[in-house]
Design a protein around this ligand. Structure first.
Ligand SMILES: Cc1cc2nc3c(=O)[nH]c(=O)nc-3n(C[C@H](O)[C@H](O)[C@H](O)COP(=O)(O)O)c2cc1C
Length: 384
């Protein structure tokens, strides 16, 4: 009999089972066999013999949707990086216009700039230098980055890059988020876009209802649920072989997979025990939100998506520095047809009827999770 206890490792339609306590789960997350998938976190800070790769080693640790790490880098001459997207690593069901994927690139470019500045170099970033592709991304360059030796200003948030997490566990509902903590998060932006947030209990309750509605729609829509399930890496071996997507590592998880207790088919079956536990788990996660923070823009352009990513990672770093957990809940912001109602509702609630809400996440306190898997930076370099 499977324990009712479960762990959800990502947002949306991705539920998993673990016959273990939350503490046990954390142990598995740190357990044997996962070191290789986390090695890029240790590699950042070592020298790769080229300052651009040294900076990229930090940049690839950026938050990004479903941890797809869709970036590819071409080193051009001795001072330029051309940034491309691996079109196979997009999320066509939950992110039909590649908006969230582009935001992930913004996060990555912000960390790249910070890491370059740490070495006294200004990273001159030109997003979409060739064209701003719509409605989906194309093979063209996502960004051109030139390293300019300069008196770049070091960014104090750099120091938090290795500690930063997206915190997906339930928050401690006895610990309120203070206005001061929220303000620290909102003050971290670049000033390009509008950052908002609330810790007001009534407003938080309303936003929880909306976030929950969005989550359920994503989960109950076959193609969006399946997109997440297809990206699950179940057991340490699967994570190490494919250190992207949805990390369901752990020795016990590997056993469940071997014995067939946890399988993608089972998770995808409406009404199954695994399916229902997924709902219970995420209900707890969303309903433990102690505050929310968001980013809005006046227009949904590729440039505003990049700016949103820059702001989001800065908010994430500022929250981390303050010991505060932050967790994107993107379901209500998604542009697939079944989400139209709550999409409209969140835009109205956050005063963005004429623009776009690019990021929306919950805030609260809990223990921070282990670092998420990454492909090594070298594997993301393409030759010209
Ligand atoms: C644009 C964007 C949207 C995201 N949406 C979600 C989400 O809806 N649910 C979730 O659990 N995480 C979401 N995340 C967080 C990613 O899952 C997370 O960054 C990734 O798994 C890597 O983990 P890390 O941030 O802890 O390194 C989002 C991140 C970005 C940049």
């Amino acid at each position: 009999m499977i324990s009712r206890r479960a762990i959800l490792k990502t947002g949306g339609a991705s539920a998993i089972l673990l016959g273990a306590s939350a503490g046990g789960a954390a142990l598995y997350a740190h357990g044997p066999g996962m070191a290789k998938a986390r090695a890029p976190w240790a590699a950042a800070g070592t020298s790769f013999g080229d300052p651009r790769i040294d900076a990229l080693a930090y940049a690839i640790l950026a938050p990004n949707p479903h941890n797809r790490q869709p970036w590819m880098f071409e080193l051009v001459g001795d001072d330029r990086i051309d940034v491309y997207v691996d079109l196979n690593k997009r999320l066509p069901e939950t992110d039909p216009f590649d908006r969230q994927i582009t935001i992930g690139f913004g996060c990555m470019l912000e960390l790249l700039s910070m890491a370059a500045a740490e070495k006294g170099t200004r990273a001159e970033v030109i997003p979409f230098p060739d064209s701003q592709p719509q409605p989906r991304l194309t093979r063209g360059r996502v960004a051109q980055v030139t390293f300019v030796p300069d008196d770049a200003n070091r960014d104090p948030l750099f120091e938090t890059i290795l500690a930063r997490r997206s915190t997906k566990d339930p928050f401690d509902m006895t610990k309120r988020v203070s206005a001061d903590a929220l303000n620290q998060v909102l003050a971290a932006g670049t000033g390009q876009l509008s950052l908002g947030g609330t810790t007001d209990p009534d407003r938080v309750r309303e936003l929880i209802d909306l976030a929950w509605l969005g989550w359920m729609i994503e989960y109950e829509t076959d193609q969006t649920r399946k997109e997440s399930i297809d990206l699950m890496r179940i057991g340490n071996r699967a994570v190490v072989e494919n250190p992207d997507g949805i990390d369901m590592g752990g020795v016990e998880m590997g056993l469940y997979k071997l014995t067939g207790i946890v399988s993608p088919q089972g998770l995808n079956e409406k009404g199954s025990q695994a399916y229902n536990i997924g709902i219970d788990m995420y209900r707890d996660i969303i309903h433990s939100s102690m505050g929310f923070a968001w980013i809005t823009a006046s227009e949904n352009s590729r440039l505003s998506q990049i700016d949103a990513g820059r702001d989001w990672v800065r908010m994430n770093l500022a929250a981390q520095r303050a010991g505060l957990g932050i967790h994107p809940l993107s379901q209500v912001l998604q542009e697939f047809p079944e989400m139209a109602e709550p999409y409209r509702a969140i835009h109205t609630k956050l005063g963005a009827e004429d623009g776009v809400v690019h990021m929306f996440g919950r805030l609260g306190y809990t223990r921070f999770p282990a670092a998420s898997p990454r492909w090594p930076v070298e594997s993301k370099l393409i030759s010209s």
